[in-house]
Ligand binder design. Structure first.
Ligand SMILES: C=C(O[C@@H]1C=C(C(=O)O)C=C[C@H]1O)C(=O)O
Length: 407
C-alpha cells in the first residue's frame, strides 16, 4: 500500500462534508474540522472478545507494510483507518476501514491523503460532490421493546440495584425508522453537523451519529477522555434551562451516576499513564437537546508504543457511561434486561493513524443505517432512585438528534 499526504489550501476544503461522494463515505467532524474519506483501500471485520486486539494487529501489519509519504505530519495525516466497534463481545461485528482518499482540516492546516492512487488524481478529488437526496417520508415503529415494556425493564434494573447486584446500569432502547427512499447518509450527516456543531459527527460503515462523548483521544503521548453521565432535558427557555443546569450540578443522583463513570475511566487509564489529572467536580455541558454532567480526564501515556489509541479505547470500553458499575455485572444485567442487540451503538467509533494516535468517541445519539431501515438508539444510566417514566423521557430527548436528521 502506498499512501501520500500533501498539504492543500484550507479554503479549498472549507466544506469537508460537501466533498463526500455517496459511495462509502466516512466522517469524523467537529465544528467543521476533522476528517472525511471515501473509497476502500483495505478493510477488516472482527468479532468477539478480541475484536479490538485483532483489528489493532491487522492495522500494525498494514502500517508496517505501507510506504507512506507525509509532508504534513499531524495526527490524522499519512495512513488513517476509520473504525466502528460492537458494544458487546457477542453478537455483532466490528470494522476498520482504510479509505482510498482522506481529506482533513485542522485550524489553518489542510491536507489530502491518497492511498494506492496515482497522485495526479489528487486535484480531482477536491471538487464538490453531488447533493444528497432526502430520505422522504419517515415512519417509526417500536424496536425490541415498546415504551411500557422498556419502563418495566428500567424498574427491573432499579430492583436489581436495590438488591445489591449492581450500583449502576445503562439501559438502552431502539426505534426503527423506515424511510421512503434509501438513506444517503450524507443527508443526515449534514443536518447533524449543522445542528450539533460541538459534538463529533461520525459515519463509518452505516453507523452514523453526533456524539458528545469522547471516549479517548491520544495525541503524541497525551490522552484525554470526556466523560458524560447525568442528564437533564432542555426546555427551550434559557432561564429555566439555567436553573435546571444548576439543579443538575447539585443533584446527588446525577453526581453519583457521574462519579461511577469518571472512576471507571480513571481506573482503566491509570495503568497506561505515568501521570493523570482527574477533575474533582464536573461541569455542565450544554447541547441543543439535553445537558450533561461532564468531566475531562487527562493523562500522559507511559509507553505510547505499547498502547495505541485503539488499545486504549479497548481498555476503557465499556465505561460506566454506557455499561455500568461494576462493569461485568452491569453488562450481564444489560444482556438479560434490555432484550436488544446493541450492535455498534455505544461502542467506540473513530479513527487511528500510523503512529497509533487517534480519536475514539462513543457511538451515541446514533443509528444503524441499512437501505430504507434505520435503527435509532438511546440509553440512560439507571441508579437507585431512577424513575422509569423520567428515563423514558430522557431517552426520547436523546433520540431527537437522529430523528431530526432524518426528517
Ligand atoms: C447512553 C447514552 O448516553 C450516556 C448516558 C448518559 C446518562 O444517562 O445521563 C449521559 C451521557 C452518555 O454517557 C445515550 O445517549 O444513548
Amino acid at each position: 500500500m502506498v499512501a501520500r499526504t500533501v498539504a492543500v489550501e484550507p479554503g479549498a476544503v472549507a466544506d469537508l462534508l460537501g466533498l463526500l461522494p455517496a459511495e462509502q463515505p466516512v466522517t469524523w467532524l467537529r465544528r467543521g474540522e476533522g476528517l472525511v474519506g471515501w473509497g476502500q483501500a483495505a478493510v477488516v471485520r472482527t468479532t468477539g472478545a478480541h475484536r479490538f486486539a485483532d483489528a489493532d494487529s491487522w492495522w500494525s501489519q498494514v502500517v508496517d507494510r505501507a510506504v507512506v509519504r507525509d509532508e504534513v505530519g499531524l495526527p490524522g495525516t499519512g495512513l488513517v483507518a476509520f473504525g466502528s466497534f460492537a458494544f458487546a463481545d457477542a453478537p455483532g461485528d466490528s470494522v476498520l476501514v482504510v479509505p482510498s482518499v482522506v481529506v482533513g482540516r485542522r485550524g489553518d492546516r489542510a491536507w489530502v491523503t491518497t492511498v494506492g492512487h496515482d497522485l495526479d488524481h489528487r486535484a480531482s478529488v477536491l471538487h464538490p460532490a453531488d447533493e444528497p437526496g432526502c430520505p422522504g417520508e419517515v415512519t417509526y415503529a417500536d424496536g425490541a421493546l415498546d415504551g411500557e415494556s422498556w419502563m418495566s425493564a428500567v424498574a427491573d434494573a432499579v430492583a436489581r440495584i436495590e438488591a445489591g447486584d449492581v450500583d449502576k446500569v445503562v439501559l438502552a432502547r431502539d426505534l426503527v425508522a423506515t424511510t421512503e427512499h434509501d438513506v444517503d447518509v450524507r443527508w443526515p450527516l449534514r443536518r447533524l453537523a449543522t445542528s450539533y456543531p460541538t459534538t463529533w459527527t461520525f459515519h463509518v460503515d452505516g453507523m452514523i451519529g453526533a456524539t458528545p462523548e469522547m471516549l479517548l483521544r491520544r495525541e503524541r503521548g497525551l490522552v484525554t477522555s470526556r466523560v458524560l453521565a447525568g442528564t437533564i432535558r432542555r426546555t427551550g427557555d434559557d432561564r429555566r434551562d439555567a436553573e435546571l443546569a444548576g439543579a443538575l450540578a447539585r443533584s446527588s443522583k446525577d453526581l453519583e451516576e457521574h462519579e461511577y463513570a469518571v472512576r471507571s475511566v480513571a481506573d482503566a487509564l491509570g495503568p497506561h499513564c505515568s501521570s493523570m489529572n482527574v477533575p474533582d467536580a464536573p461541569f455542565v455541558l450544554h447541547l441543543p437537546n439535553v445537558m450533561h454532567l461532564a468531566s475531562d480526564v487527562a493523562g500522559v501515556v507511559a509507553d505510547p508504543a505499547a498502547a495505541s489509541s485503539l488499545r486504549l479505547a479497548e481498555s476503557l470500553h465499556p465505561s460506566a457511561a454506557v455499561g455500568g458499575t461494576p462493569t461485568d455485572a452491569a453488562v450481564a444485567v444489560i444482556s438479560e434486561v434490555e432484550r436488544m442487540d446493541r450492535g455498534r451503538y455505544a461502542g467506540p467509533v473513530g479513527w487511528i493513524d500510523a503512529a497509533g494516535d487517534g480519536e475514539w468517541g462513543i457511538a451515541l445519539r446514533s443509528a444503524a443505517v441499512d437501505g430504507r431501515t434505520v435503527r435509532l438508539f438511546a440509553g440512560c444510566g439507571i441508579v437507585a432512585g431512577s424513575d422509569p417514566a423520567d428515563e423514558l423521557a430522557e431517552s426520547q430527548a436523546k433520540l431527537l438528534p437522529m430523528r431530526d436528521a432524518l426528517g
